[in-house]
Design a protein around this ligand. Structure first.
Ligand code: VNL
Length: 389
């Protein structure tokens, strides 16, 4: 018994030595947790491609540290995300956690960031409350509140008085519904019904039938990236456009990952969002071209830009801390970063650790034979409206 105790103490000591050797080697480890399979796989594919592009363009050595990317597939199951994060922190000694395709995955992992003092860079998930779940969360994606408020202001000024809302029934959908509704009603709009569809394996048909019967001026939609094409298809199949019902929403529904395959029925759909592959800047053109070249012609969507900018925030924090900082120093160096993204100007609000950025109004148009979200108006430097309460 004594001997066994002694042995396990020895093993433990060895582990501790190995762990501290790992922590002091010349590597900087990024634990990237993404949904690479399952319902949210397109989000994982887009972000992984963008992260690898950023590394290819900016090198894999920063402030004398070799960047090591450790990619894990959480299949968008929050319990799996959390377990993977724990393993990455304890076994791999990652310096930063990044990725997080959906809100429940980010929320499940936030306590691990807090306990281990590890910065957690949210590249996709977009419910306002995520940054409040841990002081170590930094976000480079967007919030649904940011995008939905812009549509709530635009719609009533453009002949849309009566709306039905249809959202995915979880964090970002509930935020989209709330912030759209609040602004829309403030300008005299009327929301006749608010419908919520299950997040997993949604069937939009019965909901769309209901919308058709209610005959609003427009249907406001939020569905997560990857589900937009199914909504569009069923909207058109039911002849809702011909019945005079417009489709509006946050830009998740006309996601650049799927938009070009949605067909001409998508023409004219107006959405509000922070990123379009058609954003007319030199930097974005370079980004879109390089991304397509490295990925068999794939067009980057708003998930990709969240991943790309997330890497920028991590690289610059490592540079600013000269490769010597722990989690707290890295976090401090992430706060307040200001730079030009392919989406336009953005910064990380030092108080909230959330992204401040332009929100654009865009209309689906054909350009060079392809469907794009063409920006026609902008609301500058939008802070997350979900932080004011
Ligand atoms: C979320 C928000 C996910 C917006 C999305 O696609 C999206 C989220 C996967 O916070 O879960 O488009």
């Amino acid at each position: 018994m004594k001997k066994r105790l002694f042995l396990s103490a020895g093993v433990l000591a060895l582990c501790a030595v190995a762990a501290s050797a790992l922590a002091q080697d010349n590597k900087f480890r990024i634990g990237l947790i993404l949904p690479m399979t399952g319902q949210q796989a397109t989000t994982g594919r887009q972000i992984e491609a963008a992260v690898r592009l950023y590394m290819a363009q900016n090198g894999d050595t920063v402030a004398g540290k070799k960047i090591e990317l450790i990619l894990k597939d959480d299949t968008s199951i929050p319990d799996v995300t959390k377990r993977l994060a724990q393993e990455l922190v304890v076994n791999d000694k990652v310096n930063v956690l990044a990725g997080f395709g959906i809100t429940p995955s980010a929320l499940a992992t936030a306590p691990i960031a807090t306990q281990s003092k590890t910065p957690l860079v949210v590249m996709a998930a977009a419910t306002s409350s995520i940054t409040q779940a841990s002081p170590y969360v930094v976000r480079t994606s967007f919030t649904l509140a940011q995008a939905a408020v812009a549509m709530g202001d635009w719609a009533p000024k453009n002949g849309i008085k009566k709306v039905v809302t249809l959202v995915s029934d979880y964090g970002p959908g509930i935020d989209a519904e709330k912030y759209f509704k609040e602004r829309f009603i403030l300008s005299g709009g009327q929301v006749s019904e608010s419908l919520r569809v299950p997040m997993r394996n949604p069937d939009f048909a019965p909901f769309l039938q209901k919308v058709r019967d209610l005959k609003p001026d427009a249907l406001f939609v939020f569905v997560p990236s990857g589900a937009g094409a199914a909504v569009m298809k069923q909207f058109l199949e039911r002849g809702m456009d011909k019945a005079g019902i417009k489709l509006i929403g946050t830009g998740d529904v006309t996601d650049d990952d799927q938009l070009n395959d949605m067909g001409n029925g998508a023409l004219g759909v107006v959405t509000s969002h922070h990123y379009s592959a058609a954003h007319p800047s030199a930097l974005n053109k370079k980004f879109v071209d390089a991304f397509a070249k490295a990925n068999k012609g794939l067009r980057p969507n708003f998930m990709a830009v969240g991943g790309y900018d997330g890497m920028r925030v991590i690289y610059e924090a490592l540079r600013a801390t000269k490769g010597q900082g722990g989690g707290d120093a890295l976090l401090a160096a992430m706060k307040g970063q200001i730079f030009e993204s392919p989406r336009g100007p953005m910064f990380i609000d030092a108080q909230t650790r959330d992204v401040v950025q332009n929100i654009y109004l865009r209309k689906v148009e054909k350009k060079d034979g392809q469907l794009y979200n063409v920006e026609f108006d902008v609301i500058k430097d939008v802070k997350d409206p979900g932080k004011s309460q």
